[in-house]
Design a protein around this ligand. Structure first.
Ligand SMILES: [Zn+2]
Length: 423
């Protein structure tokens, strides 16, 4: 299987070298599922002070590539912040099969910790499956007075960047609509966050989502056969009455698919910087912000949708607001900011094939069935334990007990897989 995905890494504030000029704060921004071409495809509608400011005054690292698969959110965030690959940091996917417990596990799931700030299950989390240090861990090891705060809508988007020693990693609770943490990090929410949760939350930010610009400004069509119709809607077109969709479905996911979640997260970041006193101590602090709604909307609408185009135009304004705040608080040379993505996305495969472009689907269930049948036929026993994330886990115990050479099983499977169209 061959995948070509564009990625990018942008830095500003790079001219800080001398010890006495250490940045007051490092701001790490991950935009979940952002493709490199969005910097240019939607550029004419970006403001001067958002993405354009970073591209103009920063360093744009363009010749970079992913050296692992699968490129999911968990491995992406862990790789960005640890600087190494999943075989080292251990976050091989969002969910994977754990041989020892014979169970599927989540990259940040940890039942030994409970939610703080809610009585839901969304805080049963820790960074314990991440086996290497992050840059945030190293910062705190080297400079114990440094503070690290990490924020995201997704639990993994906050937990993996913040690392093992974070002073506060907060994510969205789909039950209460508040930002929460887990008992791994703290025993209670800081007062400023409790206040924030009361005044600024999904219920106060959810509005009617309509395109922010005039119709002719967009390059993407609203009407499309390749988008998910959100529950409570009869089509996949604007407007999206987010508040109404949340109440119809009694489900907060309508909020996190909307650009208003990016705005809420931006405001949370500004609030965290102010209330945690970030950048005000002697040592450099760090804040990690991971925008998740770009990915949630990307999965629902696809990269060529008007919804995604509008979301990025709005996100650009949020980022512009954040940069303006940082410039005012720290001065332009007082901070380092980097921006990147945890992975990209492919266009909707059906959209590709319908427009005579190469693309299609591999149906994993039927592949799994076929592989199981073939191995049973060849060796007289079921030898596949699990298939997840395109990884095939063989039943080592059974292979050993039947005294089968594992290399024979591997080569049978390899020969079968290679015949599948699309592999
Ligand atoms: Zn992601």
């Amino acid at each position: 299987m061959k995948q070509v995905i564009s990625i990018f890494l942008l830095f500003i504030g790079f001219n800080i070298t001398a010890q006495k000029n250490n940045p007051k704060i490092i701001v790490g921004i991950v935009i979940d599922q952002m493709c490199y071409d969005y910097l240019y495809r939607f550029q004419k509608n970006y403001s001067k002070k958002g993405f354009n400011e970073i591209m103009k005054n920063g360093t744009n690292c363009r010749n970079v590539e992913y050296n692992y698969i699968p490129t999911y959110t968990g491995p992406g965030h862990a790789s960005i912040y640890s600087g190494t690959t999943p075989n080292n940091h251990g976050i091989v996917a969002n969910n994977w099969y754990e041989r020892k417990s014979k169970q599927l596990v989540n990259c940040v799931g940890d039942l030994s910790f409970h939610s703080v700030g809610s009585d839901s299950d969304y805080g049963h989390c820790s960074p314990n499956r991440m086996k290497s240090f992050t840059v945030t861990d190293q910062l705190k090891l080297t400079y114990p007075d440094s503070k690290v705060i990490s924020l995201s809508i997704k639990d993994r988007g906050a937990i993996l960047p913040g690392g093992h020693k974070s002073d506060g990693s907060y994510w969205f609770d789909y039950q209460s609509g508040k930002f929460i943490t887990s008992s791994y990090f703290r025993s209670k929410l800081p007062e400023w966050l409790t206040r924030f949760n009361e005044n600024k939350n999904c219920f106060t930010y959810a509005k009617k989502w309509i395109p922010i610009l005039e119709e002719q400004e967009y390059s993407s069509e609203d009407k499309s056969d390749y988008e998910v119709i959100l529950s409570g809607k009869t089509n996949s077109q604007f407007p999206y009455d987010i508040e109404k969709l949340m109440s119809i479905n009694n489900n907060l996911s309508a909020f996190t698919v909307s650009p208003f979640a990016n705005t809420l997260l931006t405001d949370l970041a500004i609030e965290a910087i102010q209330n945690e006193g970030l950048g005000e101590g002697d040592e450099t602090d760090m804040i990690c912000i991971s925008y998740s709604s770009t990915d949630i909307a990307g999965h629902a609408f696809g990269p060529y949708s008007k919804e995604i185009e509008d979301m990025y135009i709005r996100l650009d304004r949020d980022i512009s607001r954040l940069i303006k705040f940082l410039n005012k608080k720290y001065g332009k040379k007082g901070y380092v900011l980097f921006m990147t993505a945890d992975h990209g996305v492919v266009p909707v495969p059906k959209q590709l094939s319908d427009s005579n472009l190469p693309g299609g689907y591999v149906f994993v269930d039927s592949m799994e069935q076929k592989l199981k049948e073939k191995s049973k036929l060849a060796f007289g026993a079921e030898l596949i334990e699990e298939i997840i994330n395109l990884n095939i886990y063989l039943n080592h115990q059974r292979i050993d007990s039947l005294q089968i050479d594992i290399k024979d099983v591997e080569s049978l499977i390899k020969n079968e897989v290679i015949r599948i169209n699309g592999v």
